[in-house]
Design a protein around this ligand. Sequence first.
Ligand SMILES: Nc1ncnc2c1ncn2[C@@H]1O[C@H](COP(=O)(O)OP(=O)(O)OP(=O)(O)O)[C@@H](O)[C@H]1O
Length: 334
Amino acid sequence: MPTIRIESLNKSFQVKKKQAGLGASLKGLFNPKYEEKLAVNNINFTVEQGELLAFLGPNGAGKSTTIKMLTGILHPSSGSAEVLGYSPWNQRKKLAFHIGSVFGQKSQLWYHLPPSDTFELMSRIYEIRRSDYLERRDHLVRSFELEPYFHIPVRKMSLGERMRCEIAVALLHRPKVVFLDEPTIGLDVVVKLRIRELIREMNREEGTTIFLTSHDAGDVEQLCERAIVINHGKIILDDKVTKLKKELLTHKKIRLLLAEEPHSFAINGATVIARDGLQYTLSVDTSLVPIESVLEQLIHQCRIHDVTIEDPPMEEIITHIYAQKNTSASMGVN
Ligand SMILES: Nc1ncnc2c1ncn2[C@@H]1O[C@H](COP(=O)(O)OP(=O)(O)OP(=O)(O)O)[C@@H](O)[C@H]1O
Protein backbone atom coordinates (compact mmCIF):
# COMPACT_ATOMS: atom_id res chain seq x y z
CA MET A 1 0.00 0.00 0.00
CA PRO A 2 1.42 3.42 -0.92
CA THR A 3 2.08 5.86 1.93
CA ILE A 4 0.24 8.65 0.13
CA ARG A 5 -2.44 8.07 -2.45
CA ILE A 6 -4.30 10.88 -4.18
CA GLU A 7 -7.11 10.27 -6.66
CA SER A 8 -8.90 12.92 -8.73
CA LEU A 9 -8.39 15.49 -6.00
CA ASN A 10 -9.94 18.91 -6.52
CA LYS A 11 -10.18 22.00 -4.39
CA SER A 12 -11.90 25.17 -5.41
CA PHE A 13 -12.41 28.34 -3.40
CA GLN A 14 -15.15 30.90 -3.69
CA VAL A 15 -13.50 34.22 -4.37
CA LYS A 16 -15.04 37.65 -4.79
CA LYS A 17 -15.25 38.63 -8.43
CA LYS A 18 -13.37 41.84 -9.15
CA GLN A 19 -15.49 44.29 -11.11
CA ALA A 20 -14.07 46.91 -13.43
CA GLY A 21 -14.83 50.58 -12.85
CA LEU A 22 -15.58 52.58 -9.71
CA GLY A 23 -19.36 52.23 -9.98
CA ALA A 24 -19.17 48.48 -10.35
CA SER A 25 -16.67 48.24 -7.45
CA LEU A 26 -19.04 50.19 -5.19
CA LYS A 27 -21.95 48.04 -6.26
CA GLY A 28 -19.81 45.00 -5.54
CA LEU A 29 -19.39 46.17 -1.94
CA PHE A 30 -23.11 45.76 -1.27
CA ASN A 31 -23.89 43.02 -3.72
CA PRO A 32 -20.70 40.99 -4.11
CA LYS A 33 -20.45 38.46 -6.92
CA TYR A 34 -18.46 35.29 -6.40
CA GLU A 35 -16.59 32.99 -8.73
CA GLU A 36 -14.96 29.59 -8.32
CA LYS A 37 -11.18 29.49 -8.16
CA LEU A 38 -9.84 26.03 -8.92
CA ALA A 39 -6.69 25.80 -6.78
CA VAL A 40 -6.13 22.05 -7.25
CA ASN A 41 -7.40 20.55 -10.46
CA ASN A 42 -7.90 16.80 -10.62
CA ILE A 43 -4.51 15.60 -9.40
CA ASN A 44 -3.45 11.97 -9.03
CA PHE A 45 -0.28 10.42 -7.62
CA THR A 46 1.08 7.97 -5.08
CA VAL A 47 4.13 8.16 -2.84
CA GLU A 48 5.83 5.08 -1.41
CA GLN A 49 7.22 4.75 2.13
CA GLY A 50 10.74 6.18 2.35
CA GLU A 51 10.51 8.28 -0.81
CA LEU A 52 12.08 11.74 -0.93
CA LEU A 53 9.65 13.73 -3.01
CA ALA A 54 9.91 17.34 -4.16
CA PHE A 55 6.53 18.93 -4.76
CA LEU A 56 7.25 21.99 -6.84
CA GLY A 57 5.49 24.85 -8.51
CA PRO A 58 5.48 28.62 -8.84
CA ASN A 59 3.63 30.90 -6.42
CA GLY A 60 -0.07 30.15 -6.34
CA ALA A 61 0.32 26.78 -8.12
CA GLY A 62 -1.60 24.78 -5.52
CA LYS A 63 1.18 23.29 -3.36
CA SER A 64 0.02 24.54 0.03
CA THR A 65 -3.58 23.70 -0.76
CA THR A 66 -2.52 20.11 -1.55
CA ILE A 67 -0.46 19.85 1.65
CA LYS A 68 -3.35 21.28 3.66
CA MET A 69 -5.62 18.55 2.28
CA LEU A 70 -3.03 15.84 2.93
CA THR A 71 -2.62 16.95 6.53
CA GLY A 72 -6.38 17.25 7.04
CA ILE A 73 -6.51 21.03 7.47
CA LEU A 74 -8.71 21.45 4.38
CA HIS A 75 -11.53 19.34 2.97
CA PRO A 76 -11.34 18.82 -0.79
CA SER A 77 -14.17 19.83 -3.11
CA SER A 78 -14.06 16.33 -4.58
CA GLY A 79 -11.77 13.33 -4.95
CA SER A 80 -10.04 11.17 -2.39
CA ALA A 81 -6.72 10.86 -0.60
CA GLU A 82 -5.13 8.54 1.91
CA VAL A 83 -2.06 9.11 4.03
CA LEU A 84 -0.81 6.00 5.84
CA GLY A 85 -4.22 4.49 5.29
CA TYR A 86 -6.08 7.39 6.93
CA SER A 87 -8.45 9.80 5.29
CA PRO A 88 -6.70 13.05 6.26
CA TRP A 89 -9.76 15.28 6.65
CA ASN A 90 -11.97 12.61 8.27
CA GLN A 91 -9.30 11.16 10.56
CA ARG A 92 -7.16 14.21 11.16
CA LYS A 93 -6.43 13.58 14.84
CA LYS A 94 -5.40 9.95 14.33
CA LEU A 95 -3.22 10.92 11.38
CA ALA A 96 -1.52 13.68 13.39
CA PHE A 97 0.16 11.01 15.55
CA HIS A 98 1.98 9.64 12.48
CA ILE A 99 2.95 12.70 10.48
CA GLY A 100 5.10 15.74 11.13
CA SER A 101 5.22 19.11 9.44
CA VAL A 102 7.64 21.98 9.23
CA PHE A 103 6.70 25.31 7.68
CA GLY A 104 9.69 27.50 6.95
CA GLN A 105 7.59 30.63 7.27
CA LYS A 106 5.72 29.61 10.43
CA SER A 107 7.16 28.41 13.69
CA GLN A 108 5.96 25.56 15.88
CA LEU A 109 8.26 26.70 18.65
CA TRP A 110 7.25 29.09 21.40
CA TYR A 111 9.01 32.33 20.54
CA HIS A 112 9.73 33.46 24.08
CA LEU A 113 10.52 30.04 25.51
CA PRO A 114 13.45 27.69 24.96
CA PRO A 115 12.98 24.71 22.61
CA SER A 116 13.26 22.41 25.64
CA ASP A 117 9.81 23.66 26.74
CA THR A 118 8.25 23.05 23.32
CA PHE A 119 9.73 19.53 23.33
CA GLU A 120 8.16 18.88 26.76
CA LEU A 121 4.78 20.14 25.63
CA MET A 122 4.86 18.14 22.39
CA SER A 123 5.73 14.99 24.31
CA ARG A 124 2.44 15.42 26.21
CA ILE A 125 0.40 16.31 23.13
CA TYR A 126 1.68 13.16 21.42
CA GLU A 127 1.26 11.15 24.61
CA ILE A 128 4.81 9.80 24.46
CA ARG A 129 5.90 7.59 27.38
CA ARG A 130 8.32 9.50 29.62
CA SER A 131 11.28 7.15 29.15
CA ASP A 132 10.75 7.02 25.36
CA TYR A 133 10.49 10.79 25.26
CA LEU A 134 13.72 11.35 27.15
CA GLU A 135 15.58 8.89 24.95
CA ARG A 136 14.19 10.41 21.75
CA ARG A 137 14.81 13.98 22.90
CA ASP A 138 18.44 13.24 23.75
CA HIS A 139 18.93 11.49 20.43
CA LEU A 140 17.52 14.46 18.49
CA VAL A 141 19.47 17.01 20.53
CA ARG A 142 22.65 15.05 19.74
CA SER A 143 22.04 14.48 16.05
CA PHE A 144 20.78 17.99 15.34
CA GLU A 145 23.52 19.47 17.55
CA LEU A 146 21.04 21.48 19.60
CA GLU A 147 22.93 21.50 22.93
CA PRO A 148 24.24 25.10 22.71
CA TYR A 149 20.79 26.64 22.35
CA PHE A 150 18.36 24.06 23.67
CA HIS A 151 17.77 26.11 26.79
CA ILE A 152 17.74 29.65 25.40
CA PRO A 153 14.58 31.44 24.18
CA VAL A 154 13.81 30.91 20.50
CA ARG A 155 13.79 34.67 19.90
CA LYS A 156 17.52 34.79 20.59
CA MET A 157 18.39 32.18 17.95
CA SER A 158 19.54 32.61 14.39
CA LEU A 159 17.19 31.40 11.65
CA GLY A 160 19.40 28.37 10.97
CA GLU A 161 19.47 27.34 14.64
CA ARG A 162 15.71 27.76 14.87
CA MET A 163 15.18 25.67 11.74
CA ARG A 164 17.19 22.79 13.20
CA CYS A 165 15.00 22.92 16.30
CA GLU A 166 11.84 23.06 14.15
CA ILE A 167 12.78 19.92 12.24
CA ALA A 168 13.93 18.12 15.38
CA VAL A 169 10.70 18.82 17.27
CA ALA A 170 8.66 17.70 14.26
CA LEU A 171 10.41 14.32 14.55
CA LEU A 172 9.79 13.84 18.27
CA HIS A 173 6.89 11.39 17.82
CA ARG A 174 8.75 9.41 15.13
CA PRO A 175 6.44 10.40 12.26
CA LYS A 176 6.45 8.15 9.23
CA VAL A 177 5.78 11.06 6.85
CA VAL A 178 7.17 14.57 7.18
CA PHE A 179 5.85 17.54 5.19
CA LEU A 180 8.53 20.16 4.79
CA ASP A 181 7.35 23.47 3.35
CA GLU A 182 10.35 25.63 2.36
CA PRO A 183 12.67 24.31 5.09
CA THR A 184 15.71 26.22 3.82
CA ILE A 185 14.09 29.58 3.05
CA GLY A 186 16.28 32.52 4.05
CA LEU A 187 19.21 30.37 5.18
CA ASP A 188 22.81 30.90 4.11
CA VAL A 189 24.58 28.33 1.95
CA VAL A 190 26.41 26.53 4.76
CA VAL A 191 23.31 26.18 6.94
CA LYS A 192 21.26 25.06 3.92
CA LEU A 193 23.76 22.25 3.29
CA ARG A 194 23.58 21.14 6.93
CA ILE A 195 19.77 21.16 6.94
CA ARG A 196 19.73 19.07 3.75
CA GLU A 197 22.18 16.63 5.34
CA LEU A 198 19.94 16.29 8.40
CA ILE A 199 16.86 15.66 6.26
CA ARG A 200 18.75 13.00 4.29
CA GLU A 201 19.89 11.36 7.53
CA MET A 202 16.37 11.12 8.94
CA ASN A 203 15.18 9.59 5.68
CA ARG A 204 18.04 7.07 5.63
CA GLU A 205 18.05 6.14 9.30
CA GLU A 206 14.33 6.06 10.01
CA GLY A 207 12.87 5.47 6.55
CA THR A 208 10.82 8.67 6.88
CA THR A 209 8.88 9.66 3.78
CA ILE A 210 9.72 13.24 2.88
CA PHE A 211 7.24 15.48 1.08
CA LEU A 212 9.10 18.68 0.39
CA THR A 213 8.12 21.93 -1.25
CA SER A 214 10.79 24.44 -2.12
CA HIS A 215 11.57 27.28 -4.47
CA ASP A 216 15.24 26.35 -4.17
CA ALA A 217 16.53 24.20 -7.00
CA GLY A 218 19.44 23.14 -4.75
CA ASP A 219 17.03 21.46 -2.29
CA VAL A 220 15.57 19.43 -5.11
CA GLU A 221 18.88 18.58 -6.71
CA GLN A 222 20.69 17.57 -3.55
CA LEU A 223 17.87 16.03 -1.59
CA CYS A 224 15.11 14.48 -3.64
CA GLU A 225 14.79 11.41 -5.81
CA ARG A 226 11.57 12.34 -7.52
CA ALA A 227 9.88 15.62 -8.40
CA ILE A 228 6.27 16.44 -9.07
CA VAL A 229 5.65 19.82 -10.64
CA ILE A 230 2.27 21.49 -10.29
CA ASN A 231 1.16 24.60 -12.16
CA HIS A 232 -2.28 26.24 -12.15
CA GLY A 233 -3.46 23.35 -9.97
CA LYS A 234 -2.51 20.65 -12.51
CA ILE A 235 0.41 18.26 -12.41
CA ILE A 236 2.66 18.97 -15.36
CA LEU A 237 5.57 16.67 -14.55
CA ASP A 238 6.26 13.62 -12.38
CA ASP A 239 9.75 12.26 -12.89
CA LYS A 240 13.07 11.23 -11.40
CA VAL A 241 15.28 14.10 -10.27
CA THR A 242 18.26 12.49 -12.06
CA LYS A 243 16.37 13.03 -15.33
CA LEU A 244 15.44 16.55 -14.35
CA LYS A 245 19.08 17.23 -13.52
CA LYS A 246 20.21 16.05 -16.94
CA GLU A 247 17.60 18.02 -18.80
CA LEU A 248 16.78 21.07 -16.76
CA LEU A 249 19.07 21.69 -13.81
CA THR A 250 22.06 22.15 -16.09
CA HIS A 251 22.49 25.90 -16.03
CA LYS A 252 24.31 27.57 -13.17
CA LYS A 253 25.27 31.17 -12.65
CA ILE A 254 28.65 32.16 -11.29
CA ARG A 255 28.88 35.63 -9.78
CA LEU A 256 32.42 36.92 -9.51
CA LEU A 257 33.93 39.91 -7.84
CA LEU A 258 37.46 40.26 -9.14
CA ALA A 259 40.28 41.87 -7.19
CA GLU A 260 41.70 43.47 -10.36
CA GLU A 261 41.08 43.71 -14.08
CA PRO A 262 42.03 40.35 -15.70
CA HIS A 263 44.70 40.24 -18.44
CA SER A 264 42.74 37.74 -20.47
CA PHE A 265 39.33 36.31 -19.85
CA ALA A 266 38.33 33.31 -21.92
CA ILE A 267 36.65 30.55 -19.94
CA ASN A 268 35.86 27.37 -21.78
CA GLY A 269 32.24 26.40 -21.21
CA ALA A 270 31.14 29.70 -19.62
CA THR A 271 29.59 32.81 -21.12
CA VAL A 272 29.71 36.27 -19.58
CA ILE A 273 26.08 37.39 -19.38
CA ALA A 274 26.54 40.59 -17.38
CA ARG A 275 29.35 42.85 -16.27
CA ASP A 276 29.51 45.81 -13.96
CA GLY A 277 33.07 47.00 -13.31
CA LEU A 278 34.86 44.12 -11.63
CA GLN A 279 31.63 42.20 -11.08
CA TYR A 280 30.98 39.50 -13.65
CA THR A 281 28.05 37.13 -14.06
CA LEU A 282 28.78 33.96 -16.01
CA SER A 283 26.42 31.29 -17.23
CA VAL A 284 27.63 27.69 -17.30
CA ASP A 285 25.97 24.73 -18.97
CA THR A 286 27.05 21.91 -16.65
CA SER A 287 25.91 19.27 -19.13
CA LEU A 288 28.79 20.43 -21.34
CA VAL A 289 31.45 21.32 -18.78
CA PRO A 290 31.69 20.55 -15.06
CA ILE A 291 31.49 23.56 -12.78
CA GLU A 292 34.83 22.53 -11.17
CA SER A 293 36.61 22.94 -14.50
CA VAL A 294 35.21 26.46 -14.93
CA LEU A 295 36.30 27.40 -11.41
CA GLU A 296 39.77 26.01 -12.03
CA GLN A 297 40.14 28.11 -15.19
CA LEU A 298 38.92 31.18 -13.34
CA ILE A 299 41.44 30.75 -10.54
CA HIS A 300 44.24 30.56 -13.12
CA GLN A 301 43.11 33.56 -15.14
CA CYS A 302 42.16 36.14 -12.53
CA ARG A 303 42.44 37.21 -8.91
CA ILE A 304 39.08 36.57 -7.29
CA HIS A 305 37.79 38.60 -4.38
CA ASP A 306 34.47 36.78 -4.02
CA VAL A 307 32.57 34.07 -5.86
CA THR A 308 29.09 32.56 -5.59
CA ILE A 309 27.44 29.80 -7.59
CA GLU A 310 23.70 29.99 -8.06
CA ASP A 311 21.06 27.65 -9.38
CA PRO A 312 18.49 29.08 -11.74
CA PRO A 313 15.33 30.09 -9.89
CA MET A 314 12.70 27.37 -9.71
CA GLU A 315 10.31 29.66 -11.60
CA GLU A 316 12.70 29.67 -14.57
CA ILE A 317 12.93 25.87 -14.56
CA ILE A 318 9.17 25.49 -14.37
CA THR A 319 8.61 27.99 -17.19
CA HIS A 320 10.99 25.85 -19.21
CA ILE A 321 9.11 22.63 -18.39
CA TYR A 322 5.86 24.33 -19.27
CA ALA A 323 7.22 25.57 -22.59
CA GLN A 324 8.63 22.11 -23.40
CA LYS A 325 5.34 20.46 -22.57
CA ASN A 326 3.38 22.86 -24.72
CA THR A 327 5.77 22.35 -27.63
CA SER A 328 5.45 18.55 -27.34
CA ALA A 329 1.67 18.84 -27.11
CA SER A 330 1.49 21.03 -30.22
CA MET A 331 3.70 18.48 -32.02
CA GLY A 332 1.39 15.70 -30.94
CA VAL A 333 3.94 14.10 -28.60
CA ASN A 334 2.89 12.88 -25.13
N1 LIG B 1 -8.43 30.28 1.42
C1 LIG B 1 -8.36 30.64 0.13
N2 LIG B 1 -9.35 31.37 -0.44
C2 LIG B 1 -9.30 31.71 -1.74
N3 LIG B 1 -8.30 31.37 -2.58
C3 LIG B 1 -7.29 30.65 -2.06
C4 LIG B 1 -7.25 30.25 -0.69
N4 LIG B 1 -6.11 29.54 -0.47
C5 LIG B 1 -5.46 29.51 -1.65
N5 LIG B 1 -6.15 30.17 -2.60
C6 LIG B 1 -5.77 30.34 -4.01
O1 LIG B 1 -5.50 29.06 -4.53
C7 LIG B 1 -4.37 29.10 -5.40
C8 LIG B 1 -3.32 28.11 -4.90
O2 LIG B 1 -2.78 28.60 -3.69
P1 LIG B 1 -1.64 27.83 -2.86
O3 LIG B 1 -1.46 28.57 -1.59
O4 LIG B 1 -1.99 26.39 -2.77
O5 LIG B 1 -0.38 28.02 -3.81
P2 LIG B 1 1.15 27.61 -3.53
O6 LIG B 1 1.58 26.77 -4.69
O7 LIG B 1 1.31 27.03 -2.19
O8 LIG B 1 1.86 29.02 -3.62
P3 LIG B 1 3.15 29.59 -2.78
O9 LIG B 1 4.37 29.00 -3.40
O10 LIG B 1 3.04 31.06 -3.06
O11 LIG B 1 2.95 29.25 -1.35
C9 LIG B 1 -3.89 30.54 -5.42
O12 LIG B 1 -4.43 31.18 -6.56
C10 LIG B 1 -4.48 31.13 -4.15
O13 LIG B 1 -4.73 32.49 -4.30
